[in-house]
Design a binder for this molecule. Structure first.
Ligand code: MG
Length: 250
């Protein structure tokens, strides 16, 4: 069942989203060659806790950390570790904060130092596929109109869209109805209604769409070893443009 949030609930989600974005901003400021991904996790957790919230991912399905850090061919769910960022890496930071009963969830893919034009283009197309998608995230459209817009934009750019992991409704639960596929939608999906809160999150691969999970049981990587990028915000559906609840100065 897709829940419709009241104005009071939306305000709580906006606050959770602001903390999420603040923590991501803190992490972004640290990104440089030589920084360990565990240092990013520690900083994010401490920012979130300082703001009276808890990291949404910590303990979720026994996930042991507060953020996920997915580097280069890693698609999502990369584990913080002693691994050091390197010049030329692209790094997806996925982060969530839970405050006063509600979650915020977002992701950005960042460049470490100088990256190749190909890697930059993948980041840019992934970001734009999100914006193409959310043009349809308003009353008058159906859920899979978002999906189709993401897929057609990314594929027209020569990339492929991850099938096995998808966006989702969000609110009291980190993941709630509806599922929001980024590709391969069948039918048009439910009509979008005012007060729905959605985490729209295209995951775009430079090569083929197939992925697998590494032996750590978390890190999802591209099967062909090519780069992957990810972009996500938590949004509120309205009669007009969706309201971004995880506002971040990109
Ligand atoms: Mg999400």
């Amino acid at each position: 069942m897709i829940t419709i949030k009241t104005a009071t609930e939306v305000e709580k989600m906006r606050i959770a989203g602001q903390i999420t974005a603040g923590a991501l901003s803190k992490v972004r400021d640290m990104l440089a060659p030589g920084v360990t991904t565990m240092a990013l996790d520690t900083a994010a957790r401490s920012y979130i806790e300082k703001h009276g919230a808890t990291p949404s991912f910590l303990g979720y399905r026994d996930f042991p950390y507060s953020i996920t850090v997915s580097i280069n061919e890693e698609v999502i769910h990369g584990l913080p570790s002693s691994r050091k960022l390197m010049e030329g890496d692209i790094v997806g930071i996925d982060i969530g904060a839970f405050k006063d009963g509600y979650h915020g969830d977002m992701c950005r893919t960042f460049a470490i130092g100088k990256i190749t034009p190909e890697a930059q283009r993948l980041i840019d197309v992934t970001r734009q596929s999100y914006f193409e998608g959310i043009k349809h995230a308003r009353v008058g459209y159906r859920l899979h109109d978002i999906t189709r817009a993401i897929q057609s934009y990314a594929e027209a750019a020569g990339y492929s869209v991850v099938r096995d992991y998808i966006g989702h409704g969000i609110g009291r639960n980190l993941h709630e109805d509806p599922d929001i596929p980024n590709a391969g939608a069948k039918g048009r999906g439910p009509a979008l209604a005012k007060g729905m809160t959605l985490a729209v999150e295209p995951m775009i691969n430079a090569g083929r769409f197939e992925v697998y999970t590494r032996g750590d049981n978390w890190t999802v990587v591209t099967k062909d070893g090519q780069l992957s990028a990810h972009y996500e915000n938590t949004i509120l559906v309205t009669d007009e443009e969706p309201l971004c609840l995880t506002l971040f100065d990109d």
